[in-house]
Design a protein around this ligand. Structure first.
Ligand code: KIV
Length: 271
């Protein structure tokens, strides 16, 4: 039987075992109780309370404005829904870059106040001290390389990263360093598939890709994007499993019509 089917609760060790056995890891984002409950019941391995909540839930253009307390609010709503998945919470911009003490304090606050299982941070060698310090408190850390949205003003665009040899080489080294610091897994965002595969084959921790091809150990998508609730952009890596923008829009229109036409509520829907 697959590891995925066997386990009652996904832990960092389970993910390691899945990589060892060549079993792909499925990860999705969630920011609220109801969505997290549906995703967990469907059998997802990892739920990411991503700082993409800043875009998806709050309507900001970037991930930068979301605060630690807002992330904790989302994470604790998700945690109340979970029976099986491992829950990873993004450390938001400005809560770990200052120094390792700040990074540790932010991580402890997330773990204590939300009940989450681990944290994720963007960056490579430059956040070594923070990763190591967080790990000394027993908090598992997931890394994130490639397109790191918290650095969008440095990059200037959301285009594919590490296409040039120098950046690709640095990314490969950073992935090895993140493993050596003790990260339990790594997200690779929007980089060439060949490079992502090379990274996944060079390190023993699971590598989860988004826009990083099929040669990695697992995949992550933003749930609202894969459900087609968002529709303003269509990056090539995004597979839309539903068109909820349209079907929800139609349901809302139908409801409005029913109310206006005095069709809703009818007798059976009244006390
Ligand atoms: O915040 C997020 O949703 C993420 C994923 C895109 C990996 O970091």
């Amino acid at each position: 039987m697959s590891v995925h089917k066997e386990v009652k609760k996904v832990t960092t060790h389970v993910l390691q075992e899945m990589k060892r056995k060549g079993e792909k890891i499925a990860m999705l984002t969630a920011y609220d109780y109801t969505m997290a409950k549906i995703i967990d019941a469907a059998g997802i391995d990892i739920i990411l309370v991503g700082d993409s909540a800043s875009n998806v839930m709050a309507g900001h253009e970037t991930t930068l404005p979301i605060t630690l307390d807002q992330m904790i609010y989302h994470a604790s709503s998700v945690i109340r829904a979970i029976n099986r998945a491992l829950v990873v919470v993004d450390l938001p911009f400005g809560t770990y870059q200052g120094n390792s003490k700040e990074a540790l304090n932010s991580s402890i606050k997330i773990m204590k106040e939300s009940g989450a299982h681990s944290v994720k941070m963007e960056g490579g060698r430059e956040i070594k001290d923070s990763i190591e310090r967080i790990l000394t408190a027993g908090i598992p850390v997931m890394g994130h390389l490639g397109l790191t949205p918290q650095s969008i003003y440095k990059f200037g665009t959301y285009t594919v990263r590490a296409k040039e040899e120098e950046e690709a080489e640095r990314l490969l080294q950073d992935a090895k360093l993140l493993e050596s610091y003790g990260c339990f897994a790594l997200v690779l965002e929007k980089i060439p598939a060949d490079l992502a595969k090379q990274v996944a084959e060079s390190i023993s921790i699971p590598v989860i890709g988004i826009g990083a091809g099929g040669g990695v150990d697992g995949q992550v998508l933003v749930t609202h994007d894969m459900l087609g609730m968002t529709h303003e952009f269509s990056p090539r890596f995004l597979r839309r499993y539903l068109n909820l923008y349209e079907s929800m829009g139609n349901a809302f229109k139908q409801y409005i019509n029913d109310v206006k036409a005095k069709d809703f509520p009818n007798e059976n829907e009244s006390y």
